[in-house]
Design a protein. Structure first.
Length: 142
């Protein structure tokens, strides 16, 4: 089992950071993905439980399903389609109040389908999470 955790602080309240992060169709504006969309709407919140978010570029398509949606505190999701050889993927994003803003803790765990490749996949996912959160930090929360 491989584990990833990336932490970043934002000078905005948890609700504002939550709203930006969970607006799945707008990830292309900040997360470093050329295309993003909401494949399936969740219930009762369109971005919530049961939602399937998509992102990708150049024929690469990643789909993730939102499992738990607890505004503005926590969201879990799982990978349901993607080009990487990953199994048993479970992601969690927590939005924690801290003095002057919000601390986001974004993590996941997964198994590699190819023995010996897990460490490289972990590095790639860590970089992807960091890049996305750097983009979110440049986002306007007003």
């Amino acid at each position: 089992m491989q584990k990833v955790e990336v932490v970043r602080s934002f000078p905005a309240p948890p609700q504002a950071v939550w709203d930006a992060y969970t607006d799945h169709a707008r990830w292309s504006e900040w997360a470093g993905f050329p295309k993003s969309w909401l494949e399936v709407a969740g219930q009762p919140d369109r971005n919530g439980t049961g939602a399937v978010r998509g992102f990708g570029a150049g024929g690469v398509k990643v789909l993730e399903e939102v499992l738990d949606f607890e505004p503005p505190k926590r969201m879990t999701y799982r990978l349901i389609k993607g080009p990487m050889p990953i199994a048993n993927h479970l992601g969690e994003v927590r939005f924690e109040p801290e003095k002057g803003g919000t601390r986001v803790v974004w993590g996941c765990q997964f198994d590699s389908k190819i023995p010996g490749l897990g460490g490289l996949l972990r590095l790639f996912i860590t970089r992807t999470f960091r890049t996305a959160l750097e983009g979110l930090a440049r986002h306007s929360f007003s």
